[in-house]
Structure formats: structure tokens, C-alpha cells
Design a protein. Structure first.
Length: 577
């Protein structure tokens, strides 16, 4: 796509969304006797899983001057059509929209949320990079879309190329809005299902956080305008970044406590940070998206891990999170990482490469077979920030690395290499950090994080007296889930007492120590007064049969703790001033 600016026209008709379907169509100028290949994406950038979006397509037709044109399906997501004569070729199809998430499509009489990769069947290899899009909605509804509107045509938008089109989500409904500007750049937030107080809090937090994120990278905001799309409902939670927008889906009943609201604000900060890191700065392997197969990279620790570190750091710098809360967030990530046996199985490089088959296809053994590049990547970012600040005597931080990556993007475009990250970290630390970086990114041993932190005035204070924190409390090493009032084992950690006793994921917990199991499990276990090292009888239902297993509880091998300042704060002190 590139030489001819002929426009391809697209329509989304969502005027009757109540049965979870919409109608899509398009038109282009076809040449007689020239075959056209139509393709449907199989994944959406930012969510590394083949989702087979074409499974939701129904009733596909092609017409030329009102008459049907024969076509052939070539693969699960590819169709070929070769009209005998030239003219306006029109294609139409119905699209089932039954999954409410930021990565898929949903339609109902209350709202329509569309991911463009899950929506558009497009002609490929055409000399027409521009797309015109018209969106039709029920009376009284609004459309939220990050694409620039076509002047004088309500509900019409223009995408200058296919990547911009596929990066543009759509939200439709009786939307509530909040607006603000940063450096003269408009930011529009569109909401479905949120209370006024939540919308006000979200808007105020982003207005404070956007300038902080801009300062991390230096320079100007990277977009001409920005659009946040929010859906609040009974269940689901997640976010997905786009170049000039993000989509957030969040549980409505988790907006009342300060703790839950901070989680929401942290998620928003994460997705907005991606406007720089992921949508523009990209690791090697993701320079250009191929929408029709897996796109492999070993660098998702940079994309998601570093962003996961900064999401709370942005809130802290913006005054939206206290220092203790910020250190607690870092503590929780470190504590959680130490409970995952899979950190000993895969490096961050391997976990990034395998995202398509592991993190996004998590099962009962994922905790033992891999490590999250979000989680360990955040710890790697934290560790590098500590090392750079320590060795530079506070003159530099990880911010300087992010600015260096941003400059490389501005100079050369996306495709920032691991070698560049290593080079920048060592440059701003004032010493070679190659050994530490290789341990963090290419190793499976735990880094000496506490030792590194002590050199910057951070200490790690162990919790006492809490279940799972150590302190002598019995530990079994499994996680449970509740379903219909019944508790069953979700996953068993390799090497734990439950693992050694051969308790299995899926086992329904019937009785422990002669007492019927009750939820919540943690409180129930505490009520039993169990002793360390004393075998405990578990009665479980496994595939319809009752099993009795004796488990000898141990002590949690990684007691939880919290990072705290030892004296006057030094970590991040220079960035606060």
C-alpha cells in the first residue's frame, strides 16, 4: 500500500446491536480480471495470542454493480475474488460480537465495543493506504473513536493507512465524557457504566499523570490528541493500548475503596505509558506488525515489564500515591515473584518469546513452567533503576534510559534492540552493568535485589504474623478457587508440600483434618490450629472418587516483606525534587 491515494470505504452498522451482531461492509474500485486478496487479522497487537477473529464472520458476499461476484476461501482468514470487469466492488458480512473484553468485540442494547483487528475484513496488497470509515448507531448514542473525524460528516472518520485503522477501537452507547488538555493537546475520556465520582477521579488522575509520563521520555506528547475508552460493568478487568488511545474494562463493584481505585488508576497509567513504550518504542521483532501470524520477540520484558514498573512510579510522582504505597507496590511484585517456581525454568527472553503459548494460554502448570514478563520485567526495571541511581550517585535513573530509547525511536523508528538497552543502562550508571543485566534478562537465578537496594538506602522489612508471610505458619503450597460454593485446587507449586504429597489441580477440597472445608480457605486453615511438620489429612474428590492424602506442612520458603527507607529517602529522591 502506498502510491495511489484512492480511498477504500468502510461501514460499521451497529443500529441493531441487541442480538450481539453488527453488519460491516466496504467498497473499493476494482479492475477487471485482477484478483484481490481479502484477509482478516488473527491477533491484535498488545495481546499475544492467536484469537481466530474470522470465526465470528457470517454471510460474506461480494457484489459488483449490484450483481454477486463469485469468490473462494483460501484459508481460515483469507478469501480471493477476481471480478471479470472493473467497477465498485462491495463486500458485506455479519459479525458476531459476543465477548466483552478489550481484545475482542461485544454488542448489546447497552453498548458496542469493537477492536478493529477483530472487526475488519480488508483487501490486502492494494495501492490504497487511506480508509474512510462511517459508523451507524441507534438514535441517542455517541461514538468514541480515536481516528480524526471527516469534516462535516458526523460518524465519519479517516485512517491514513491500514496500521492506523487497525489500531483504532470503537465504543458506542449513551456515553458520558470528560475532557482536559495537556500542553494544548486534547484528551477525551468516554465512559459506559461509571459513576460520576469515578469519572471525575479518573479524569483528574490522568490530567496529573500525563505530564509526568511526558517528562519520563522528555520532549512533547507523541500524539495530536488522545482518547480513553472505558467500560465499567459486572465483571472482567483489563486494558489495551493503542497509539492515540486506550481501552479499559473494569469491574463496577471495584471502584469504591481507595485500594481498588488505585488499581484502576495504575491500570490507566500503564496503558497511557504504552503510547511511548510499545506503540512507538518497540523491541526487535515488533518493528512492523504482521497481523496474520505470531510475531516473535525476546523483548516483551521491556514493553510490558518496564511499563508495569512505571505505572505506579507515575502515580507516585504525580502525587496520586504516597511513598509507602509506592514501596508497598514494589514489595508486592517482589514477594509475588519469589512464589513462582517458573522463574527458575525460563528467562525473561524465553518468557517473552513464548508469550503466544504460555502467558496467554495459562493453565494449572503455568506457575511452574514460566514466569510473567510483566512481573519479572517490572522487577528488572526496579533493579536497574536502583543500580543506575546508586552508581551515578543519584545523577541518573532509568528515566535516562527511557529517554535514550525514545531518541533512538525518533531517529530510526521502531525496533529498539536489547543491546541498546544494555548500552544505555551502563552509560548512565557510569559502569558496565552487563553482568547484572544478563542475570536479570538472561538468567533464572534470583538477583541479589535486597543487597542492591541496601546500597541506595532501601531495606526490606519482613512481615510477621500473617498467613503466607512465613513467621512459622504452616504452608502447603497450593492455590484454591471457589466455584458454586465448592473449593478446589487451582495450581500446585513444584517442590511444595502439596506437590510432594501429590495433590493435583482440580482436586475438590472436601475436608481437612476431619473438618468440612469452608471458604475463605485462609481463615479456615488458620482456625485448624495446625502445627509445622505434623501430617494433615486431606480428603479430596478427584474425578468422581474420594481420595485421602496426608500432607506435611512446611514453612513458606520466601517470607513476605516490605521495602522501606532506611533513613532519609534516596531512592527516586532526585526525580522528586
Amino acid at each position: 500500500m502506498g502510491r495511489d491515494r484512492t480511498e477504500i470505504s468502510l461501514w460499521v452498522d451497529a443500529r441493531k446491536p441487541g442480538n450481539q451482531s453488527i453488519r460491516c461492509s466496504g467498497e473499493l474500485e476494482a479492475l477487471g480480471g485482477v484478483a484481490i486478496r481479502f484477509l482478516f487479522p488473527v491477533w491484535t497487537p498488545g495481546s499475544y495470542l492467536i484469537r481466530e477473529f474470522s470465526k465470528n464472520l457470517m454471510g460474506l458476499t461480494f457484489r459488483l454493480d449490484g450483481g454477486e461476484v463469485p469468490f473462494a476461501q483460501v484459508s481460515k482468514n483469507e478469501w480471493m475474488v477476481a471480478p471479470e470487469k472493473g467497477g465498485r466492488l462491495r463486500w458485506e458480512y455479519e459479525l458476531h460480537c459476543g465477548e466483552l473484553s478489550v481484545r475482542t468485540n461485544y454488542a448489546s442494547d447497552r453498548l458496542v465495543l469493537l477492536n478493529a483487528c477483530a472487526t475488519f475484513l480488508l483487501p490486502w496488497e492494494q495501492e490504497a493506504p487511506r480508509f474512510g470509515l462511517e459508523v451507524l448507531v441507534p438514535e441517542g448514542w455517541k461514538v468514541a473513536c480515536p481516528l480524526p473525524p471527516r469534516e462535516g460528516a458526523e460518524g465519519s472518520y479517516v485512517a491514513e493507512d491500514v496500521d492506523t485503522l487497525l489500531d483504532s477501537p470503537l465504543l458506542m452507547g449513551e456515553l458520558e465524557e470528560r475532557r482536559f488538555e495537556v500542553d494544548g493537546v486534547p484528551h477525551l475520556l468516554s465512559f459506559v457504566g461509571a459513576e460520576d465520582s469515578v469519572m471525575d477521579r479518573v479524569s483528574a488522575a490522568l490530567e496529573k499523570g500525563v505530564p509526568v509520563t511526558r517528562e519520563v521520555f522528555g520532549g512533547e506528547l507523541p500524539y495530536p490528541s488522545y482518547h480513553g475508552l472505558f467500560v465499567f460493568d459486572k465483571g472482567g478487568s483489563g486494558g489495551l493500548e493503542h497509539a492515540n488511545s486506550f481501552v479499559v474494562h473494569y469491574p463496577r463493584d471495584r471502584c469504591h475503596s481507595e485500594k481498588d481505585l488505585l488499581r484502576l488508576l495504575s491500570l490507566n497509567a500503564h496503558e497511557h505509558f504504552h503510547a511511548w513504550n510499545v506503540k512507538r518504542i518497540r523491541p526487535t521483532g515488533l518493528e512492523r506488525y504482521d497481523y496474520f501470524k505470531e510475531n516473535y520477540t525476546t523483548g516483551l520484558w521491556l514493553s510490558e515489564g518496564f511499563t508495569s514498573y512505571y505505572q505506579d512510579k507515575v502515580l507516585y510522582r504525580a502525587g496520586l500515591m504516597g511513598r509507602t504505597e509506592f514501596l508497598d507496590a514494589l514489595s508486592q511484585q517482589w514477594n509475588r515473584l519469589l512464589t513462582i517456581p517458573g522463574r527458575k525454568e525460563q528467562t525473561l527472553r524465553q518468557a517473552s518469546f513464548d508469550a503466544w503459548i504460555r502467558l496467554y494460554r495459562a493453565d494449572e502448570n503455568t506457575v511452574n513452567s514460566t514466569v510473567s514478563y510483566y512481573l519479572k520485567g517490572a522487577i528488572a526495571a526496579f533493579a536497574l533503576d536502583v543500580l543506575i541511581q546508586k552508581h551515578s550517585a543519584g545523577k541518573h535513573s532509568l528515566d535516562d534510559v527511557m529517554r535514550g530509547l525514545w531518541k533512538d525511536y525518533l531517529d530510526q523508528g521502531p525496533g529498539q534492540s536489547e543491546a541498546l538497552v544494555f548500552e544505555l543502562c551502563s552509560k548512565f550508571a557510569g559502569r558496565d552493568l552487563g553482568e547484572e543485566l544478563e542475570l536479570l534478562i538472561g538468567g533464572t537465578e534470583d538477583p541479589p535485589l535486597l543487597e542492591w537496594c541496601e546500597g541506595l538506602g532501601l531495606c526490606y522489612v519482613q512481615e510477621k504474623g500473617k498467613a503466607g508471610s512465613g513467621g512459622g505458619r504452616p504452608w502447603f503450597g497450593f492455590d484454591a478457587k471457589e466455584n458454586g460454593g465448592r473449593l478446589s485446587i487451582k495450581q500446585v507449586r513444584r517442590g511444595s508440600p502439596a506437590w510432594e504429597a501429590m495433590l493435583l489441580p482440580g482436586d475438590e477440597l472436601v475436608a481437612i483434618a476431619g473438618r468440612r472445608v469452608e471458604a475463605p480457605l485462609e481463615a479456615f486453615l488458620q482456625s485448624l490450629g495446625l502445627e509445622l511438620g505434623e501430617p494433615v489429612l486431606f480428603e479430596v474428590a478427584r474425578r468422581g472418587a474420594l481420595h485421602r492424602v496426608r500432607v506435611r506442612p512446611g514453612v513458606c520458603p520466601h517470607p513476605r516483606g516490605n521495602f522501606r527507607d532506611a533513613g532519609s529517602p534516596r531512592f527516586c529522591a532526585a526525580q522528586e525534587s
